[in-house]
Design a protein around this ligand. Structure first.
Ligand code: NAD
Length: 264
């Protein structure tokens, strides 16, 4: 199949970093797109930037020109794109009574507008490649995949994370709409919805027994997930083993969504 190329947005830390590492292990050339330049460049070095196996591109996903530049840098380094892990995301505290307009716009800007901008440019790049190569649909089905990072909060809500929950619900629908448009090209589009995963987002919880107990009360597997346990789902969705899966959301949530009572 030749070298495959993957972009991971928000790839410098947390779940995105685990996805970048895993796809690199799977043999992908990986483009890490992030606003965190130090962590992004360090990870690219670790994954073989010097051997042209990895590249860091400073990219703010909510900015169209920055996203255009990400695709241009990817083409210039690797000449193609096969997989997008559309992962960059932020949170902002606030419920319907107190969430500021600024915070609402910020979260929508990164989690939804950003995911849309990157997905659009990536999909256009993939379709151009498919048109140019005249590849048969059968081959294409095994090659191209877009993976949007959703959350259990796309389905169940937290009152003081109104903006975040809103964006993740929208990501689930965007995933379906994109999957329908791109099916005729053989490009598969799916989402992963993690539960509570051990990244910077959960740092405050680690030192707060009360908050941790609350998370455990809604987690049947009784532990926080590891970023690698989300990366392995991304690896599967990017692989030909997932060749008949499109338009769906896979939940890596420790059983959270199956629960209709509180664990003691
Ligand atoms: P994280 O904060 O550890 O990493 C997020 C990364 O995104 C960082 O490297 C950050 O620099 C980058 N980023 C932020 N704004 C950006 C922007 N405008 N442009 C480009 N990059 C930007 O967070 P994480 O926990 O790894 O979360 C990754 C994704 O997983 C998010 O979409 C998040 O909503 C989702 N998620 C996380 C959890 C969890 O428990 N950690 C649960 C469900 C879903």
């Amino acid at each position: 199949m030749g070298d495959r190329v993957a972009i991971v947005t928000g790839g410098a830390n947390g779940i995105g970093k685990a996805c970048a590492r895993r796809l690199s292990e799977d043999g992908f050339n990986v483009v890490i797109a992030d606003i965190d330049q130090d962590a992004g460049a360090a990870l690219a070095d670790e994954l073989g930037a010097d051997k042209n196996k990895a590249l860091f591109v400073s990219c703010n996903v909510s900015d169209r020109l920055s996203v255009n530049n990400l695709l241009a840098e990817t083409r210039s380094a690797f000449d193609r794109l096969d997989v997008l892990v559309n992962n960059a995301g932020i949170v902002a505290k606030g419920d319907i009574l107190d969430l500021s307009e600024t915070d609402f716009d910020k979260v929508i800007g990164v989690n939804l507008r950003g995911a849309f901008l990157v997905a659009r440019e990536a999909a256009r790049q993939m379709v151009d490649q498919i048109d140019e190569a005249g590849e048969r649909a059968e081959d294409v089905r095994r090659r191209y995949a877009i993976i949007n990072m959703s959350s259990v909060n796309g389905v169940v809500a937290i009152p003081d994370q109104l903006a975040y929950c809103t964006t993740k619900g929208a990501i689930n629908q965007m995933t379906k709409s994109m999957a329908l448009s791109l099916a005729k090209y053989g490009i598969r589009v799916n989402a992963i919805a993690p539960g509570s995963i051990n990244t910077d987002v959960l740092k405050s919880v680690n030192d707060n027994p009360e908050a941790m107990a609350k998370i455990m009360s809604r987690t049947p597997l009784q532990r926080i997930g590891d970023p690698d346990e989300v990366a392995s789902v991304a690896s599967f969705l990017a692989s030909k083993d997932a060749s008949y899966i499109t338009g769906t959301t896979l939940y890596a949530d420790g059983g959270c969504l199956a629960l209709n009572y509180t664990m003691s």
